[in-house]
Unconditional design. Structure first.
Length: 355
């Protein structure tokens, strides 16, 4: 499928362009920022994608909840009334913090990070009413209420400090969608440390690119760690990642902005960041890449990694965890295909460490 066909198929979807600016949060979970007003905007906003996708099952207890809008949302309108997140059937409100990211195209990603792990084997409901609900920068409400649910999995298992590089086993590693622990190099992708790494994929409708399990709705995969116990005094969390995508470089600057987000939760705080996206990385990801034949389909025009695919190469990301209360901490890595359900992105992750 060429770029023209792809654009025609998905022209009605939202454009998420360039790197998202993360805004600050208060302790009660409401976003602090200055709202701009667009007096010419009379079109109601809508949700175009969620993480986890609606009706997902087996979602990890450390998962975050993200809503992708097709407009800029007034951060003052984001609160526990406008985005109601409950555990069903009791209807108990889930405590947490809201984070908002704004693209250069003017579209919002609102992410809710629960203060505690979600309850095991439960149904989580996300409901956005029209009255007293979220508003875009033109003051418009949603046209209709929006609702989705997903189900959590079982109890989270601790990740041993000796296994932060994934060298020992899969204990404490939770995979949802197309995600897996891989050993040895994957053609051009060499393990950055030791002999094992983790990969999560947007899949793109191929039934699983790095595993035998498809991504959630062919768009979203999640890797979460069980609790990581700190020995005391650690202030920094680091990990290495390689952003590899069939969206490079043909779709840089378009709505097809596959996105990699990370959340870190501790006893007294939460950190959240859009670490990378196709548009944020842009033409920097010029390194052509070759991947195993098992990742590809016979027709090169439909390959998840066709001619023009690229990678960033291994990058190191750090988080200041000094405000999180000393551990244990949980880390959640999510990749999602934004703007369509085809053309795969893989995030390779290795060498988590605290210091």
């Amino acid at each position: 499928m060429n770029s023209k066909v792809k654009t025609l198929l998905f022209a009605s979807l939202v454009s998420f362009v360039a790197f998202a600016l993360i805004l600050s949060c208060t302790g009660n979970g409401e976003v602090e920022s200055t709202d701009n007003t667009d007096t010419s905007d009379s079109t109601p906003p809508s949700v175009v994608q969620t993480i986890p996708p609606g009706l997902s099952t087996g979602i990890d207890l450390a998962s975050v909840i993200s809503l992708f809008f097709d407009d800029a949302i007034r951060s003052a309108s984001i609160n526990t009334s406008s985005i109601q997140i409950t555990e069903e059937p009791a209807g108990s409100t889930i405590a947490g913090q809201y984070f908002t990211a704004l693209s250069q195209a003017g579209n919002s990603i609102v992410t809710f990070v629960p203060s505690q792990l979600l309850l095991e084997d439960s149904q989580i409901k996300v409901y956005l009413p029209v009255t007293n609900g979220v508003q875009d920068d033109g003051g418009n409400n949603l046209l209709d209420p929006y609702e989705f649910t997903f189900n959590t999995g079982s109890t989270s298992v601790p990740l041993a400090a000796s296994n932060l590089g994934f060298e020992e086993n899969e204990v404490g590693l939770v995979f949802v969608g197309d995600a897996a622990r891989l050993n040895s190099a994957q053609e051009d992708i060499t393990v950055n440390e030791g002999s094992f790494m983790v990969a999560i994929s947007t899949d793109g409708g191929y039934g699983g690119v790095v595993s035998a399990t498809p991504a959630l709705l062919d768009t979203t995969s999640i890797f979460s760690t069980g609790s990581i116990t700190l020995s005391g005094g650690e202030t920094t969390l680091l990990f290495d990642y390689d952003f590899v995508s069939a969206e490079f470089n043909e779709f840089v600057g378009t709505e097809f902005d596959d996105t990699f987000i990370v959340a870190v939760r501790g006893p007294s705080g939460i950190l959240f960041e859009v670490v990378a996206s196709v548009n944020q990385v842009g033409t920097v990801a010029l390194h052509p890449v070759t991947l195993p034949a098992s990742y590809l389909l016979a027709d090169s025009e439909l390959d998840p990694f066709y001619d023009g695919a690229g990678r960033t190469g291994w990058q190191t990301k750090s988080f200041d965890i000094s405000t999180l209360g000393g551990g244990p901490i949980y880390v959640t890595f999510t990749v999602s295909d934004i703007g369509d359900e085809i053309y795969s992105t893989i995030i390779f992750i290795d060498n988590i460490r605290v210091q």
